[in-house]
Design a protein around this ligand. Structure first.
Ligand code: SIN
Length: 524
């Protein structure tokens, strides 16, 4: 198998990856951009984002207010310079998206309908009904289609990054603190071949890792692949203990991923109640149902522990039904499909893993600690979110960093080296085709159970050590399978889930103060 090459190799086809690809390809038509995605190009966390994009748009709103809300939600662990940069860039990035064809809900005069979500002190969520992510993803894919210098490879799984460790002529100079990325090994799921892709610049935009938990709003593909391959390549991983649980996933035991009931529903006025019909949020926070997600998720967890019930409820019965339907047609329909009519019935909800606030550490240009490797979107840790992400700041972050990375690539195109590299082919010697996938499936389920039982909304030293012990067993078993079996996407995902779960536990053990989404009983 010959070595393949793109000038810029982008891993992931959500808003972060595609916006980087589009901007780079438009500015540099002579540069080849490869977008590698392990599933269909439209399948990403972006597609499932319901709420919208937080942007200061209303004259009565201000950057200062959005900045303060972001810092408060992040428990002031955010990077203030990054917060200001992202929030001040937001209107420009949104206008660009509109120019590319994205449509957002507006009145007849063209004034955008600005929604509200938890932690926001103003209405500033630009949205497309309750399927904003889908609208953005479709718009970006349409743009990609018209750019001949972008090649999208669907069903291609990036197994590992190629660094000095692999490039023979560099190996004598291998230095942990000074690593360069040269491309990636990629499993072509159509041919089952592992191909070598070299690139001048690699952008990791593979999204989140919600599948580390048994209950998550994230699709089945959200297995933290980018974070894991970057970790194996020795990139710095930061703040990964801050895992955000969305307070209101639809309660449907055994159904995974869990269907999200957007926070915008509470922003629209829905109440959170327990089985007795009592609103419990005001006992905890003066913002009630619109406190930030970490606070609401913890309050629900506490309510369920005390009552022994399985779920709490969203009460929408007092809301203007026609307007509710206009804003949330998808949510209404989903509830109806399981016999819940939001006009008359309470919607049962529980918290579920939703978003990784940390990831691959990057600077303001999206550069990681590895040379020639960038990261953006949920796989990255920019410092915007601190200890807990403010609702609807993630699509925004992805757009801003996609822009910054593309600019950095464009400005530094002269760095592209045309030197032939001696990159070895993937070594699959000693491996055989798996006879069955049950061991992999079992380990994935076991890992998810450990994480949900011991490393979820509430942690403790004892729970973390127990988790680590159990994860070690799963890791050793997985490595044994890895060393002897031909690679499959299922096995790659399991290895990556192992790495992410390990990082969450280890970084949780190091944290000595409860902050935002991180809460340990031993630190109260
Ligand atoms: C939601 O609609 O509640 C999710 C939006 C987000 O995670 O920012």
């Amino acid at each position: 198998m010959s070595v393949k090459h793109f000038d810029v190799l982008i891993l992931g086809s959500g808003v972060a990856g595609l916006s980087t690809a589009i901007k780079t390809a438009k500015a540099l038509p002579d540069v080849s951009v490869g977008v590698i995605t392990k599933s269909f190009d439209y399948e990403s966390n972006t597609k499932y984002a319901q709420g919208g994009i937080a942007v200061v748009w209303d004259k009565l709103d201000s950057f200062e207010s959005h900045i303060e809300d972001t810092l408060k939600a992040g428990d002031y662990l955010n990077d203030r310079e990054v917060v200001r940069m992202v929030i001040e860039e937001a209107p420009k990035r949104l206008n660009e998206l509109i120019a590319w064809g994205a449509e957002f809900d507006a009145d007849k005069k063209g004034n955008y309908d600005l929604g509200k979500e938890g932690g926001h002190s103003a209405n500033r969520i630009i949205h497309h009904k309750d399927i904003t992510g889908f609208e953005i993803e479709t718009t970006l894919l349409e743009q990609v289609k018209n750019l001949p210098n972008i090649t999208t490879l669907q069903h291609h799984f990036a197994i590992d990054l190629i660094t000095d460790h692999h490039v023979k002529e560099k190996i004598t100079k291998f230095d942990k603190a000074n690593i360069t990325c040269y491309g990636a090994y990629v499993l072509d799921e159509n041919t089952q071949e592992i191909e070598t892709y070299t690139a001048h610049k690699v952008v990791v935009a593979t999204g989140g890792a919600g599948q580390v938990y048994a209950s998550t709003t994230n699709p089945i593909i959200a297995t933290g692949d980018g974070i894991a391959i970057a970790y194996r390549a020795k990139a710095k991983i930061k703040d990964i203990e801050f895992v955000q649980f969305h307070p209101t996933a639809l309660y449907q035991p055994g159904v995974s991923p869990a269907f999200l009931i957007s926070e915008a529903v509470r922003g629209f006025g829905a109440h959170l109640v327990n089985k007795k019909g009592e609103r419990f949020m005001f006992k905890i926070d003066e913002r009630g149902e619109l406190a930030s997600r970490d606070i609401v998720a913890r309050a629900i967890d506490n309510e369920l522990n005390i009552s022994g019930e399985d779920c709490v409820y969203l009460d929408c019965r007092h809301l203007d039904f026609d307007k509710f339907l206009e804003h949330f047609p998808n949510i209404y329909e989903k509830c109806m499909s399981i016999g819940i009519d939001a006009k008359k019935d309470l919607i049962p909800v529980v918290p579920a893993c939703h978003y990784f606030c940390g990831g691959i550490e990057v600077d303001k240009q999206g550069k990681s600690s590895i040379k020639n490797m960038y990261a953006c979107g949920e796989a990255s840790c920019t410092g915007l979110h601190g200890a807990n992400r403010l609702a609807s700041n993630s699509l925004l972050e992805a757009l801003v960093y996609g822009h910054n990375i593309a600019n950095d690539i464009i400005e530094n195109k002269k760095e592209f080296e045309n030197k032939e590299l001696n990159v070895p082919k993937w070594d699959a010697e000693g491996t055989i085709a798996p006879k069955e996938l049950i061991l992999i499936k079992h380990n994935r389920r076991a890992l998810q159970t450990v994480m949900s039982d011991f490393v979820a909304i509430v942690r403790s030293n004892q729970r973390l050590s127990k988790a680590l012990k159990k994860l070690d067993e799963i890791y050793l078993d997985t490595e044994e399978i890895y060393k002897t079996t031909v690679l499959s996407p299922q096995l790659c995902e399991l290895r990556n889930l192992n790495a992410v779960a390990y990082l969450v536990v280890k970084q949780s053990q190091k944290r000595k103060e409860n902050k935002g989404a991180f809460y340990s009983l031993d630190l109260v």
